[in-house]
Design a protein around this ligand. Structure first.
Ligand code: AMP
Ligand code: ZN
Ligand code: FE
Ligand code: FE
Length: 278
């Protein structure tokens, strides 16, 4: 229910991603690239027999209830990809990502780090640009040995981490619902990624249309998964599990965590876009 392709910061093309999902024995795959639906069409075209595809996206959001704002990710499933306001907001965030990437590169270069923005854009291949693409440039330059190291505090995790102009999370939840989609909070308790939001915020989001919480995710400890499940039960939200697969940009394998049939059916029933079948 949560994977990335070369339409954002994954390493498999949308067509390769659906084939890999079929080989991994999955019944259903969701493609959820960061702030884009560009992978939908090539994924549908390549869909192998027996695999169902949920078309989605992962929206870059922020909660401004504390200063500085907390960045967070909202999965959006089965929305209308032509909803004008949502289309405009996604385009705006992608532009903000490019602007931020360019500023990160300028900071690195000012410190004598030999990375080039045009080369990073080429590496992103026209997909939504993210820090994993800058991480690749650091690896190519021989400065770090892995993506994980590039996200350490000396590099993109802290020293060269800059905020981007994300979507206000309340606006995002309302916009996804207005576009007929189903919003699910991605890895809401991933403390290892940075600050997380309070449960009260999640309750407030549920009141404006949030449909579910992603509980089983590699960035959640067992205690964090249990906490998310309990909160979802309390608020009447559905619960998902997913690999957040990024190809070789991460070590997690496709299908490492999965979602139950009941949650799947709630998502499908609530979404305006059909599930595609191979
Ligand atoms: P961005 O969207 O540009 O802020 O970059 C965030 C993306 O970087 C996430 O979606 C992950 O794919 C990736 N990421 C974040 N932390 C790590 C990490 N520690 N190791 C590998 N990839 C990471
Ligand atoms: Zn990513
Ligand atoms: Fe995410
Ligand atoms: Fe993701």
């Amino acid at each position: 229910m949560h994977t990335h392709s070369t339409a954002s910061d994954g390493t498999l093309s949308p067509a390769e991603l659906v084939r890999a999902a079929s080989r991994a024995g999955l019944d259903v795959l969701a493609i959820t690239d960061h702030d884009t639906t560009a992978g939908w069409e090539p994924a549908v075209r390549a869909l192998p027999p027996g695999l169902r595809l949920i078309r989605g996206a992962e929206l870059s959001c922020r909660w401004s209830g504390t200063d500085p704002a907390v960045p967070l990710h909202l999965l959006a499933y089965l929305f209308d990809p032509d909803h004008p306001e949502l289309v405009a907001e996604l385009a705006r965030v992608r532009a903000a990502r490019e602007e931020r990437g360019e500023r990160i590169v300028a900071l690195l270069r000012a410190d004598g780090v030999d990375v080039s923005w045009p080369e990073i854009l080429v590496g992103a291949g026209g997909g939504t640009v993210g820090r994993p693409h800058i991480a690749q440039a650091l690896i190519r330059a021989g400065l770090v040995g892995s993506t994980g190291e590039a996200f350490g505090p000396d590099w993109l995790g802290e020293r060269y981490r800059l905020p981007k102009e994300d979507i206000d999370v309340f606006r995002a939840v309302r916009l996804v619902r207005a576009a007929g989609g189903v919003p699910v909070f991605a890895h809401p308790r991933a403390t290892r990624r940075g600050r997380v939001v309070p449960d009260e915020l999640i309750a407030d989001l549920a009141a404006v249309g949030l449909a579910g919480l992603e509980a089983d995710h590699e960035d959640h400890s067992p205690a964090e998964r249990a906490h998310v499940r309990a909160l979802a039960a309390e608020l009447g939200l559905l619960v998902t599990g997913s690999s957040d697969f990024h190809g070789t940009h991460k070590t997690v394998q496709l299908g490492a965590f999965t979602t139950g049939v009941e949650a799947y059916e709630r998502i499908v029933d609530a979404g305006v876009t059909e599930v595609a079948s191979g």
